[in-house]
Design a protein around this ligand. Structure first.
Ligand SMILES: NC(=O)c1ccc[n+]([C@@H]2O[C@H](COP(=O)([O-])OP(=O)(O)OC[C@H]3O[C@@H](n4cnc5c(N)ncnc54)[C@H](O)[C@@H]3O)[C@@H](O)[C@H]2O)c1
Length: 388
């Protein structure tokens, strides 16, 4: 049965606290944007001994205070926006939990203020924004990691291990994506002025990250993209929420609920991608990686959240016989969110490499942005990424 967006998000809940190395003192930590996903950040952060939540900012009056109260955060200071928080506080790091269109400015301002940033996915909305973020990152020398927690999943790591083992040979074609029959999240995700992009920014970026990370994030070269929003804009298929009727949500809907693309990647690899928040179908298909020596099938999830949907199958010839090998599901010991936050904190303490670097996610963002641009133009376009 199809799951709704809330159930997808519940899969980000935490289990036990990730292991913490002994650290002298605590990082002074802030949260920008105290909405839905900030709840997952705070739950993980509160388990970490080496962090003190000292400041929270949100544009909606009283929201940061109510959030702190709900999660038992004591002694923090509250701000009406990220800029006033960055001006008044001397922070070591922030979680950037704003909606997509605010990602770029808030991250750039935090980096310019000398603060390390854990930025929620997607990186931002456009290629140009991603480039501006990376310029600020480079100039500041601060650490920026993008919040793709499925990377912490052992099965996701296994996909990369399989590719790296060489068992697939030269990879030449990848089909990825997924989605839901009915699963439009509404909230701030559906308005152009807050979400900026729709299903691609919410769930498509995960499926792109799954395969692009596995094959070493080759540069995208050209994109033929298509987007539509037949379901989100139709009250018949919309849902009411706490604040809006179905008709109001249909009227607010300004992003894509479906996207498809054909992308040429460096290394002569074709990426065939599709993602859906709503359609008359349960899934647009499994993820498939075709190589000259073998192929990997990664079952689609009921409702795409970037983890694998079941045991993967490796198709290969053994001594001349066509053979299928099932890859058993691996257990991830700790909650993905705990691991995402922990790996970021450790990188901040150790002045290490970002767990999920912008240099990779730039290509993820560029693909999404060029799908939007190609769809608007109705033709294939070259991927243009300005110099960082
Ligand atoms: N990693 C995950 O599993 C996951 C899951 C859901 C959402 N997300 C991502 O998290 C982000 C936020 O999603 P959400 O559902 O929490 O959205 P939300 O609308 O519930 O919360 C965003 C909050 O940011 C605040 N905000 C915006 N600009 C601000 C600014 N300049 N200063 C201070 N506050 C500001 C808004 O007022 C709002 O309260 C999105 O980019 C989304 O893609 C990630």
């Amino acid at each position: 049965m199809a799951k709704n967006g809330d159930e997808v998000l519940n899969q980000t809940t935490q289990s036990v606290a990730a292991e913490t190395k002994k650290r002298e003192g605590k990082l002074k930590y802030g949260i920008i944007g105290t909405g839905w996903i900030a709840e997952s950040h705070i739950q993980s952060l509160l388990k970490m001994d080496d962090v003190e939540i000292v400041a929270l900012a949100d544009l909606i009056p009283g929201k940061a205070e109510a959030f702190a109260e709900q999660w038992g955060v004591k002694g923090a200071r509250y701000y009406p926006d990220h800029a006033s928080m960055l001006k008044a506080e001397k922070l070591d790091a922030v979680s950037n939990c704003t909606y997509n269109v605010a990602h770029a400015q808030t991250t750039i301002d935090a980096l310019n203020a000398g603060v390390n940033v854990l930025l929620e996915k997607p990186m931002c909305v456009t290629t140009e924004e991603a480039v501006e973020i990376m310029r600020a990152e480079k100039k500041s020398g601060k650490l920026l990691s993008i919040g793709f927690q499925p990377r912490m999943d052992e099965n996701m790591k296994m996909i990369k291990r399989i590719v790296d083992s060489g068992v697939l040979g030269k990879i030449y074609y990848i089909q990825t994506g997924g989605g839901r029959r009915r699963g439009i999240p509404n909230s701030t995700f559906i308005e152009k002025s807050t979400g900026g992009i729709g299903a691609m920014g919410d769930i498509g970026c995960y499926s792109l990250d799954m395969v692009l990370n596995a094959i070493g994030y080759p540069k995208p070269l050209t994109v033929t993209g298509y987007t539509s929003n037949f379901f989100g804009t139709n009250p018949k298929y919309q849902r009411p929420d706490k604040f809006h009727t179905a008709a109001e949500n249909a009227a607010r809907f300004g992003v894509e609920d479906f996207a498809a693309a054909f992308v040429r990647l460096e290394g002569d690899i074709i990426l065939d991608f599709r993602i859906s928040w709503a359609m008359h179908l349960d899934t647009p298909g499994d993820t498939v990686i075709l190589g000259t020596e073998g192929a990997l099938r990664i079952p689609s999830t009921d409702c795409w959240n970037g983890t694998v949907g079941g045991a993967m199958t490796l198709y290969h010839d053994v001594a001349g016989e066509q053979t299928q090998t099932e890859i058993p599901i691996l257990k991830t010991k700790e909650g993905l969110f705990d691991l995402k936050i922990r790996s970021f904190l450790d990188a901040v303490w150790d002045k290490g490499e970002p767990p999920i670097p912008s240099s990779q996610i730039l290509y993820n963002q560029a693909i999404i942005d060029h799908i939007v641009k190609s769809a608007q133009l109705g033709k294939e376009i070259d991927v243009v990424i300005p110099e960082i």
